[in-house]
Ligand binder design. Sequence first.
Ligand code: KIV
Length: 263
Amino acid sequence: MAVTVTTMKKMKADKDKITWLTAYDYSFASLIDGQGVDAILVGDSLGMVMQGHDTPIPVTIEQSCYHTECVARGVTNTMVVGDLPFGSYQTSKEQAYENAVKLMQSGAHTVKLEGGELQIETIQFLVERGIAVCAHIGLTPQSVHQLGGFKVQGRGAAAKQLIEDALGVEQAGAFAVVLEAVPQNLAQEITERLNIPTIGIGAGPACDGQVLVLQDMLGIYPKRSPKFSKNYMQGAESVQNAVGRYVSEVKEGIFPAEQHSFN
Ligand code: KIV
């Protein structure tokens, strides 16, 4: 049966770890779909790993839609999460709706956008119109220049704001929240306080699920991969085998380990 937002909510309640991976094309999407991954995020990380930019900022809604279409053709069970790129949802909630519709008409089942409390109105607007929204807080790569680099977020006094962001997006109706590059204790506290699943990337093992960028976890990205990723091709006989190991390590609580987490 296809994975839905209801499946993910139940997985959190049952303490069954959720696995997400990014993908941007048909072939990898079909391969991932066959390995029991719960969701494929057609992330705007495509700007870096597919297009060779240093940030996701140049990605357009048309490019996001194109890659979402390619991925959607490859899946039968896995949820497809389309990513609203930089500049495609910040002007107004109507702009966000228009572009979320484009992603869904390209085959996304749900959409993701970056931001916490500041995006509450937009999340609410989309949810009221039948769109399942995943929020993304912590290190939000579209704001990399404002953040001063790809840095850990939520340390010290900033933790309070991150908790408020998480509670706010849940209240607004988000079905899940991605926590990127945040201290593991903070991610644990957020995970315990929310009813919706937290999907961590560099947020430690307590999150309800994990997501990695495919090219990082296959060790094929030519630039430096982040500390929180793991190369699953090492010792694997095939890409299928590597993806399968990622799924079982997340399910068994082996990944992420201490060396992939922040304090
Ligand atoms: O674009 C992306 O791949 C993402 C993940 C890093 C969560 O947003």
